[in-house]
Write a new protein. Sequence first.
Length: 176
Amino acid sequence: MKYFILTLDKSCQFVPQIRDPVLTNKLLLLSRDMDTFLMLPEHWMIPIDTTEQTIWADILIYPVFMVSREIINVISIYGDLNYSKNVILLDQKNREYKDYCISRFIQINGSISYDTDQEKTIVTLRTNHEINRWNNIFQVIFKTKVYTIINLDLAESLLRRNLKGIGLEEVIIDGL
């Protein structure tokens, strides 16, 4: 089975930005582990800044991994959604908003290495944890970063729905 790191597409340079640095830090701290994640409110409205070039992508990476309601619906079809908190990003200046979810999936510790040769970058995941082949999505914690890994079936399902900003990097999982 092929796996991919789910990331923001490189063409989406202008995504909504949370304007309050204190709120950004609070979001980072609360979403870090499961105990504090459960302390996040079920519904949260966050003011953001946008520009004329802003793209409301269906996936946001910074400050935490957030996905649109459409992606959550696809993931829940596969039965892999563990916990999710609703976030509304509100652009008061342009009177626009979009629903996102901060989600938690099965998390494992591991290391990610990038090996660049002439043709492409090879991403390798090493972990001591057993990865269940039936997990369509899981998260790998490496140092302070969380990588979201999806399998080929889920990746194809997301791409078929014409979602904005979906980036995929193929990853090789050692021992799988």
